[in-house]
Design a protein around this ligand. Sequence first.
Ligand SMILES: Cc1cc2nc3c(=O)[nH]c(=O)nc-3n(C[C@H](O)[C@H](O)[C@H](O)COP(=O)(O)OP(=O)(O)OC[C@H]3O[C@@H](n4cnc5c(N)ncnc54)[C@H](O)[C@@H]3O)c2cc1C
Length: 489
Amino acid sequence: MSPPPADVALIGAGIMSATLGALIQRLEPDWSVEIFESLDEVALESSNAWHNAGTGHAGFCELDYAVPRPNGTLDVSTSIATGEQFHITRQFWSALLASGELPTASRFVQPMPHLAFVAGAENVAFLRQWYDTLRREPLFAGMRYSDDSGQIGEWSRALVDGRESEQPIAATYEASGTDVDYGAMARALIDAQVARGVQLHLRHRVTDLEQDGDGWRITHRSPAGTRTSRARFVFVGAGGGSLQLLQRSGIPEADGYAGFPVSGKFLRTRTREVVATHRVKAYGRAEQGVPGMGAPHLDHRTVDGEGSVLFGPFAGFDPRFLKAGSRLDLLRTVRPGNIGAMLHVAKDNVDLLTYLIREITASHGKQMRALRKLMPTADDGDWELITAGQRVQVIGKDANGRGRLQFGTELVTSPGNRLAGLLGASPGASTAVPVMIRLLQEAFPDRYPGWADPLRELVPSLGRTMNTDAEWALDIRRETAAALGLDGV
Ligand SMILES: Cc1cc2nc3c(=O)[nH]c(=O)nc-3n(C[C@H](O)[C@H](O)[C@H](O)COP(=O)(O)OP(=O)(O)OC[C@H]3O[C@@H](n4cnc5c(N)ncnc54)[C@H](O)[C@@H]3O)c2cc1C
């Protein structure tokens, strides 16, 4: 007799599956959950600490989120929405810390001020406008601004040392920013689930998904051979591998999607004296014609207790959809239903293609020159180039069926078919909690009303906006800042 199907199968053991598993364990502790991961360990792809920048994106420093309106004002709604989302994440982490489901906060989150930093008169004027617009919003009321190099030097020596004194510079500073090791977080979440009975199958690569009664038959390949398992509900949290699996599942909601891989690289230094000059995350402004994901940033990181500074990202091209993927990944996802969208996107995004070609052919000298725009004293000998995670930019279709490049995270749910998956990379890991809560709402419409109250106990701001109730928001911020050991609120 074959064993009964699991209630839930999570494909991939990155931060998304880890977060969904943690939510399910809270809401339905009796459900059986199995996790299938193709690699030897949890979180070795994009969620690994060195494969992303570790920014807890809260809207404090990402200048490209602001959209200029025709009347000259700035639309900062994306910054506010990102802030709201990260506060949901902070509340969930705090609740898991309080219940002991996560170990000490310092294992995965560090207080790390977030700065936006620019040079040149035009950029300084833009930053001033950005700051003046955002500081009226309660979630951003604590942000500071300065165009004084003495003050900016107190925030980060690296940004001012060696800089021509006549060049105008300006920065904003938000003390409650974070640096997050999403790999450590995913491992801690999955360890807690395994301790409560979740089955984690490492070295099990899922190769096929077929509908089976009211659930799914999952084919997986492991060193022991090819086997099948069954589950009533499947989450495809396979990162760059999600598109192929969603296509294989045959759900209509995955029709028409395509993906384009962009690999990331960072310059990294571990030289102590250099690292000591920059204990913040500083995000610059993308140059004209460069997409937001190409905005330069200089990040202090703490990984396994050791400090370092990363600069990047530099884009590269690799046809694989995962670092451990196949060179045929891109080809394998091309279908008659998505090739038109891919061609449209290529035609409509000449700027992006030019940027990618420029990046791929950039020499080490050019990369160092880009770094010196933020850290003028950077010395070649202190920096090494490391390869970060693979991003698969999602190509979807607009209302007219025309291909459209999507920069956000795309949740694909098929409630009738009891399957959901996640595509896309940005803002990524920081949004894991709100995105996985949205998944529960969309994929389990019958169950969700019964989960809403327990979810609000974990995340009091769920379904409300913190930005419109300053005092209440401040209480929540104080509580979560204390739980996570953050500076400021
Ligand atoms: C250069 C770069 C910088 C970034 N910086 C940030 C940042 O600063 N802040 C932020 O919030 N986000 C950032 N992100 C985004 C963030 O890293 C991702 O959104 C997040 O890690 C995705 O998590 P995931 O669980 O979906 O995917 P992953 O972590 O990639 O996990 C997917 C897992 O699925 C497994 N898998 C794949 N196929 C199969 C299969 N067929 N069978 C079984 N297992 C499979 C993989 O081995 C992997 O372990 C960045 C990303 C990149 C590339």
